[in-house]
Design a protein around this ligand. Structure first.
Ligand code: ATP
Ligand code: MG
Length: 449
């Protein structure tokens, strides 16, 4: 036997048995973003490396250690697989002239992302992000609008124990002072910092705060805090964010240690953190990046956004026992015995499907017994078997797989469609009654099938 090739480490197959959870989530994400005026944008999976170096930052872990690079042919330029969604979105907004149209520009996306990290629960090498980006507004009301989308999503899903932490990391003006203070602080520990951080000390001392090495992160604990270095404008902006979060009754904590792992952030940064995720606790992270558009060659445009990890979101849902509704099973299985009956079964199934019903018939040439076993396995709502006798009479026995009385039906399309329709209506009525907690009321309203 040929050797089986396995999926690369840190990747996941999303199978038919679970894909409904993704579809449910994706629909909810897109629909919620739409309530805030965010339109979906799809950008390429790979971009020029220079795009990520200039935006995410060439001193970040993401670019220095985690990027996947692809080359079409030897000697050709290297491309990077997107490690996050913002860089491509910003590029596309500039390239397509979207920032010259009515502002604010609001976009969202669901995209695979690639980072070469050590795989563990909630940390993959290919994962998926839902992201929103908003361009053109420098008002704190934009920050709060973006934050409230994430909050809205968690509330819709019924998630609990998700804490919002916010911080401000200032603008280039206050950052200059802060960098000086940071540099002076870390200089004292020069002989203890890791090699990467020594480099960062020269180029980008704030990155040291994000270092995962135990020694560096211990030293970082005593570092000066950026909130103490904010200029008046940044202070006022941060106050504006806090006031509005309170007005929207969105609870938050201030965490001066959040710096985020990507270089482009300015002013507000935030994270939604779940207690249920262990070390990989950040479900959603984002912030402002007022300098990024101009850094990428566009006109100076304030902007902000977030990225939400979908694998982590699904993990939290699971941890909290929140079930995503499974799709309805097959409504009718049409079994058959013999060639003529199989042809009839196929054509009936075809007609009912074109009417919008979920119907299956035998395509495996199985025995009737095996067919019924299969119908059971797929949890078909009804089943019937066609043989010579049924073909002659035009009638068959419709079996209610949930244990209801079997009944004789003419297997003309209209009649079968009516039976399936009635069963659906009855089911909906039951569900509605259950939701209303009052069967009598449902009866009174005449819903009962
Ligand atoms: P972390 O601190 O967990 O490494 P991050 O700061 O690198 O996260 P961002 O770059 O802000 O994360 O990405 C936004 C979101 O994408 C994260 O909050 C998380 O939910 C998700 N995410 C990031 N990296 C991974 C990964 N390797 N696997 C799965 N999800 C991820
Ligand atoms: Mg990371």
């Amino acid at each position: 036997m040929a050797k089986i090739i396995k999926a690369p480490r840190g990747t996941q197959d999303i199978l038919g048995s679970e894909v409904y959870q993704w579809q449910f989530l994706e629909k909810l994400l897109r629909e919620t973003a739409a309530l805030y005026g965010f339109k979906e944008m799809r950008t390429p999976t790979f971009e020029e490396m220079a795009l990520f170096k200039r935006s995410v930052g060439d001193t970040t872990d993401v670019v220095q250690k985690e990027m996947y690079q692809v080359q079409a042919e030897k000697g050709q330029d290297l491309y990077g697989l997107k490690p996050e969604g913002t860089a491509g979105a910003v590029r596309a907004a500039i390239e397509n002239g979207l920032l010259k149209e009515a502002l604010p520009l609001k976009i969202c996306y669901i995209t695979p992302c690639f980072r070469h990290e050590r795989p563990q629960a909630g940390r993959l090498r290919e994962f998926h992000q839902f992201g929103v980006e908003m361009f053109g507004s420098q008002s704190p009301s934009a920050d709060v609008e973006v934050i409230s989308i994430a909050k809205h999503i968690f509330d819709l899903l019924g998630l609990e124990n998700i804490t919002l932490s916010i911080n401000s990391i200032g603008c280039p003006t206050c950052r200059a002072e802060y960098h000086k203070a940071l540099k002076a602080y870390f200089e004292q520990y020069r002989d203890q910092l890791c090699g990467t951080c020594l480099e960062r000390l020269e180029k980008n001392p704030m990155r040291i705060l994000d270092c995962k090495s135990p020694v560096c992160s211990e030293i970082a604990k005593g570092a000066p805090v950026v909130l103490d270095y904010l200029c008046d404008e940044c202070k006022e902006h941060f106050e504006g964010v806090k006031t509005r979060l309170k007005a929207l009754e969105i609870d938050f904590e201030i965490d001066p240690n959040i710096v985020r792992g990507l270089d482009y952030y300015t002013k507000t940064v935030f994270e939604f953190i779940s207690n249920d995720l262990g070390a990989q606790s950040t479900v959603c992270g984002g912030g402002r990046y007022d300098g990024l558009v101009s850094q990428m060659g566009g006109d100076q445009t304030p902007a902000l956004g977030f990225g939400m990890g979908l694998e982590r979101l699904l993990l939290v849902l699971k941890e909290q026992g929140i079930e995503i509704p499974a799709p309805e099973p097959c409504e009718l299985y049409i079994g058959s015995m013999g060639e003529a009956a199989n042809i009839k079964a196929c054509s009936l199934a075809h007609k009912l499907r074109t009417e919008g019903f979920f119907v299956e018939c035998d395509t495996m040439n199985r025995s009737v017994k095996a067919q019924m076993k299969y119908a059971n396995k797929i949890s078909a709502r009804f089943s019937m078997i066609l043989g010579d006798a049924e073909l002659e009479s035009g009638k068959a026995t419709l079996k209610d797989m949930a244990g209801g009385e079997p009944r004789e039906v003419s297997f003309e399309t209209e009649q079968l469609a009516q039976v399936l329709y009635d069963a659906n209506l009855a089911k909906m009525t039951d569900e509605l009654a259950e939701q209303m907690g009052d069967t009598a009321l449902a009866d009174l309203m005449g819903f009962k099938g």
